[in-house]
Write a protein that binds this ligand. Sequence first.
Ligand code: GDP
Length: 413
Amino acid sequence: LTQRSFTTCFGHVFDADHVIDEAILTVMRAPHTYTTQDVTEINCHGGIAPVRRTLELCLHAGARVADPGEFTMRAYYYGRIDLAQAEAVADIVNATTEAGRQAAVAQLGGALSGRIEEFRQRIIDLLVEVEASIDFVDQDIELVDTAEVAEFTRGIIADIDQLLATAHQGRVLRGGLRVTIAGRPNVGKSSLLNALLRANRAIVTEVPGTTRDVIEDVLTIGGLPVLLSDTAGVRDTDSPVEAEGVLRTRQAMAAADLVLLVVDSSEPLAEEDRQLLGALDGRPHIVVMNKEDLPKQVDAGAVAQLTSGVSVWVSARDGTHIQDLEEAVSSAVWQGAAGAAEHVILTNARHQQALEHSREGLLRAAEGAAEGRYIEFIAADLRDALAALDDILGKTPAEEIINRIFEQFCIGK
Ligand code: GDP
């Protein structure tokens, strides 16, 4: 084949002298390819028959069908990307929301790997010092300042904790933000749900790991998957005791990441409103002052006194200021941090576990150093901490972990 790298040429796919289809051939030569190996792509017309015949001819000529994830696995094995980046490819393919896609693209670009690599280097620096003094230990020379080791190690732990704290946002990206709309009857909960649905035609139809019967609707707000749970059952009609409604709302709220508490602003604050506001118990919430189209009767100052959360004024009926509410939901998730595109977020449960594992090793090392334990033990704990980080990047990974990761890919990636 004499075709130059990164060029395409037009031609025909033949079965003997019989034309199967017109096609474009792309040649990409090593090493600047997806897998770092030579890659050739044949583009024929879509549709089942031409693709199947062309594929059959390729197989007949000695090619074989790729295993799921094989291209990405090759890219990993030949060192073009690390394991965390390879996992990001699967995340991009499977992304159902904009924020999830952004986080995955950042991870493929090496944002997470860079952080992990930085932690690795700091542990390696420590190990170099600690191990060096092991070699001299029988000469009774105190080479390493253990108090300094303890302090340095705690510094790494603090930074790992910062990254671990983003796992909450990662969970939201993966599993969706569980939002409960609460409020006493007739304040406009159903109307608000409909207004949010109207504004956010859900592209997402299914979020893994969610139970269908609890979830009422899935929508996307600010690029985030949001699961709106049903509190329609929270009525006090069958119970003269208002506390019953509050109790059930409290249960629904306990399961939520974020509560939207709806208040009817066209009426004075009712006792049940006060109870519900009180039941928010410092959990993340937004007070939705509904029916802003009607004359205002509610005492907004009293509401502000009862909660620490933000209040957003809307009219669920007219759909006004629903966008303000959406923005409030987004900022509740990101808590002032930049969005998924700009900051490193731990989206993968495997990474989170490994990072926690690494943290444990570091904590043992820090405590050991502070207590003046044998330097060999401290070194062993540091090596554990390092190995856990290596697992994230796939530096010395067990074959089993690798296989499990690439099994989840679809063919052709
Ligand atoms: P829920 O019981 O809390 O679910 O309340 P609904 O959504 O069923 O609404 C109760 C009543 O309030 C209905 O008659 C709605 O049309 C009305 N409503 C809801 N939101 C608004 C609003 O923003 N403005 C006005 N004027 N009426 C509203």
